[in-house]
Ligand binder design. Structure first.
Ligand code: MCN
Length: 814
């Protein structure tokens, strides 16, 4: 008899990864110790921009424990190609040469100029100060607008300009839309530079193997991409290179890259014939690992007097930093399609100008382009609501796309997969008791309470499940977007899943076990998931862009389906029935109408392995491989309400409550999804209230440690109230959408809108992120000053000084 199949997808299966992680049995790259291994450290530029006149390494070579010291010149022959830019986003993209060590000039604080190899880390580190570099300081440019001016210092003289590219997009008649609008609101928002701060900094070990092969262990999100790119940079043929991502302690996008230190490790192990290791220090990480965001957003919306949006214009300046890393150029363009948010209107234009400055390169940081877009649209929709005296929920509702379950074209010209935006908004308002909150706000305002209540909305969507290879290629991407999986049923019926995704905190081992378990009718404990090693998982496009489930997890499901199809043939043969009559449920194959005639998956697996009696022409074994390249991205969405208390006397913001209703389609593992949202929202709160990488005019990173760069801790983040709705995606057969970045994308505008909402009755309309107590206090004082001068003006008849776009870049204006 067939029992009712137990389903694991959607259930609270505990994370299989955790016991090893919480009992100190994880293998981080720094735990790898190999016989004869040497260690290296880098001499990094103490200046943001300088000519290198001379490097003298002779004293360093004499230091105890030092084995070798190399400059760019010494390693010139190691490279077959420079570190590449992965996205040729325009034909005339200006790409500077980027070598693992710089020889002529340093272009940002921390630019590596020499490498010391020694018997241990400390000896390598101690010898760094004996490398003498004669730097000739050059003028520095850290500000994007300054960098674009005539006569600005050039980060790369050979490019003749600091402009990296300009990328335009236009859909619909924007002039017409703005021409017939009753209201135009224009804003400038600043996306401050952020530092990713994975718990484990980067680390790499390279080991020469017999026969001219190499193994590279790296704390990376992208072992497969790293393998192809390192092969190209170092000229090691692909089949002679194995890349392993051991346990990886987070990345948040920062390990979606190929860094100078990884190329150096491979080249040094080849040059010296021994394994070498490099482990990043935290303060080094602040300089040497990519940063995120750093954009200036000029956004305008045109609307009717009753709040219907007609058109939107966005002009973006995006800071590339001093060099291009793999995804530096594409990050702002991931946002290009997302500024329209959840809103349906006809005309949209976007232009991004990308700029070189003397700062650490930027690249993907959790959300990559989409938090920026969501922030700008959600802020300006609030500004429009204030301008028109409308409720922020009402204006959103008025402009939402109606519910849809088939792809629907949005204003930037791409197709959202499915959505029901009113549903999430209605639910979050119910959860938060919106009316009750407004009532409390009214009371506090009327009583003149120094602590004011603010209620902030964010209704967001985002583009994730980064995949369709053709779309990636059309955007200039140099890598494919499919994902691969193999499912192998062993002779005993136990299962091995091989995935091309490379988890670093997202729980793929658990999730993929659940998917395979349901598809094959086994328990998740009977499934082993193999990942992160290009020898055992040879095909993959890795983990970023919340793609792993909608592309990689789906590939696991499809490979399992292939296995079931083959198993049905064997079962039919064993049961002497027609293949078409075989049904599969709960791990058992039975004959339709005769459930007692059945065999288990284990029996079929045994028969497939023994191969003593298989159907004519069928190969032995029970395994299958799939490459899944979906037809479209997935677009999770949600509605968040942040409730803040703002102390008007000190400027301090306290998040009292945070409500989120998110929709990522059917959920594989609710506990993991909650965790992803908790972490994601915390990172968004961090951007909204705390974090900012600040450079001074000379290009020094002022916030060079965690003392100055404020990563929030548990006391700073609130208790979250989370709920979900479930709108399946038509982009894949599981209907799933990604969730790894959703919280980070949704939360910053909710927090800032809440802060502004708390203070709007005082005349505050804008505060830049991070909304530190000083900034909030300042905004209150400025608003009070304006009120006072307006009062004065009405008494004296002289015009009051009104805030406008020029004087107060964040101010709303008509
Ligand atoms: N999931 C689910 N049901 C859904 C959607 C997702 O159960 N409908 C589960 C998945 O099965 C998977 C996890 O949620 O276990 C995340 O899946 P997905 O949304 O596909 O995202 P990725 O696995 O591709 O993760 C990448 C994403 C990104 S881009 C960043 S940045 C990020 C993030 O994930 N960095 C992280 N989450 C992180 N979490 C940790 N702990 N550390 C990081 O560095």
């Amino acid at each position: 008899m067939t029992e009712t199949a137990q389903r694991y997808v959607g259930g609270g299966v505990p994370r299989k990864e955790d016991p090893a992680l919480v009992t100190g049995r994880a293998t981080w790259t720094d735990n790898i110790k190999l016989p004869g291994m040497l260690h290296f450290a880098l001499v990094r530029s103490p200046m943001a921009h300088a000519k290198i006149n001379r490097i003298d390494v002779s004293a360093a070579r004499e230091q105890p424990g030092v084995v070798a010291v190399f400059t760019a010149e010494d390693l010139r022959d190691e490279w077959a190609a420079p570190i590449p830019c992965g996205w040729q986003v325009t034909e005339d993209l200006r790409v500077p040469e980027h070598w693992p060590l710089t020889g002529d000039k340093v272009r940002y604080l921390g630019d590596p100029v020499a490498v010391v190899v020694a018997e241990d880390r400390y000896a390598a580190k101690d010898a760094l100060e004996f490398v003498e570099v004669d730097y000739e300081p050059l003028d520095v440019v850290t500000d994007m607008e300054e960098a674009l001016k005539e006569g600005a210092p050039l980060v790369h003289e050979d490019l003749g300009t600091n402009e990296c590219y300009t990328w335009p997009l236009q859909n619909g008649d924007v002039d017409e839309a703005f021409g017939r609008a009753d209201v135009v609101v224009k804003e400038r928002y600043i996306q401050q530079r952020l530092i990713p701060n994975a718990i484990e900094p980067r680390a790499v070990v390279a080991q020469p193997e017999p026969g001219g092969s190499f193994t590279v262990y790296s704390s990376t999100q992208v072992p497969h991409i790293l393998k192809s790119v390192l092969s190209a940079i170092c000229g090691v043929p692909e089949h002679r290179l194995r890349v392993v991502a051991p346990d990886v302690g987070g990345g948040f996008g920062s390990k979606l890259n190929v860094y100078p230190e990884e190329a150096l490790a491979l080249a040094l192990s080849r040059r010296l014939g021994v394994p070498v290791k490099w482990v990043e220090e935290r303060s080094e990480n602040y300089l040497a690992t990519i940063h995120g965001r750093d954009q200036i957003q000029d956004i305008e919306v045109a609307a009717t007097s009753d709040g219907k949006i007609l058109g939107m214009k966005v002009e973006l300046l995006a800071d590339m930093g001093a060099y291009l890393q793999l995804g530096t150029t594409v990050v702002p363009l991931l946002g290009a399609f997302m500024y329209p948010g959840l809103y349906d209107f006809d005309a949209y234009s976007f232009k991004c100008t990308a700029v070189y400055t003397n700062k650490t390169p930027t690249d993907a940081y959790r959300g990559a382009g989409r938090p920026e877009a969501a922030y700008a649209v959600e802020r300006i929709v609030d500004a429009l609501a204030r301008r028109l005296g409308m409720d922020p929920a009402e204006i959103r509702r008025k402009n939402f796309h109606p519910p849809f379950d088939e792809p629907r074209t949005q204003p930037a010209g791409i197709q959202y997969d499915s959505g029901n935006y009113e549903m999430v908004l209605d639910r979050v308002m119910e959860l938060a008791d919106y009316e009750g909150l407004r009532e409390e706000q009214r009371r506090r305002r009327e009583s003149g309470d120094p602590v004011q209540l603010g209620i902030g909305f964010s209704t967001y969507t985002e583009i994730c499940g980064i995949a369709p290879s053709q779309v990636a290629a059309a955007l200039g991407g140099g890598g494919a977007g499919w994902e691969a999986a193999s499912v192998r049923v062993l002779s005993s019926g136990k299962v091995e899943v091989v995935t091309g995704t490379s988890p670093h905190g997202q729980g793929h081992v658990t999730s993929w076990s659940q998917i395979a378990a349901d598809a094959l009718g086994v328990s998740p404990d009977d499934v082993e998931v193999i990942h992160g090693d290009t020898d055992s998982a040879p095909w993959g496009r890795d983990t970023y862009g919340s793609r792993s489930l909608p592309v990689g997890g789906v590939a696991v499901y499809l490979a399992a389906q292939k296995v079931v199809e083959k198993a049905k043939k064997i079962a039919a043969h064993m049961l002497e029935a027609a293949e078409g009559d075989i049904e599969f449920e709960g791990g058992r194959f039975s004959v339709r109408g005769s459930p007692d005639r059945n065999v288990t998956l284990q029996q079929v697996a045994g028969a497939a392995f023994l191969a003593a009696d298989l159907p004519e022409g069928l190969e032995p074994g029970l395994s299958a491989e799939t490459f899944f390249d979906p037809p479209n991205f997935t677009f999770p969405f949600g509605a968040h309400i942040c409730v803040v208390e703002v102390d008007t006397e000190t400027g301090k913001v306290k998040i009292r409550d945070y409500f989120a209703v998110d929709d990522c389609g059917p959920v594989v593992n609710p506990q993991i999804v909650d965790g992803q949202l908790h972490g994601g929202i915390a990172q968004g709160i961090a951007q909204a209230l705390y974090e900012e990488a600040v450079y001074d005019e000379d290009g020094n990173l002022v916030t060079g440690s965690m003392v100055d760069y404020l990563v929030p801790g548990a006391p700073e983040v609130p208790r979250y109230t989370l709920e979900r709705t479930e709108t399946p995606s038509p982009s894949n057969p599981l209907g799933v959408k990604g969730v790894g970045e959703a919280g980070t994308i949704g939360s910053p505008p909710a927090v800032i809108n809440a802060v502004i909402d708390a203070l709007s009755h005082l005349g505050v309309t804008h505060i830049d992120m991070p909304a530190s107590p000083a900034r909030v206090w300042q905004a209150i004082q400025e608003a009070r000053g304006r009120e006072a001068s307006a009062g004065e003006a009405s008494r004296t008849g002289r015009p009051a000084q009104a805030p406008d776009h020029e004087e107060h870049p964040g101010g709303e204006s008509l």
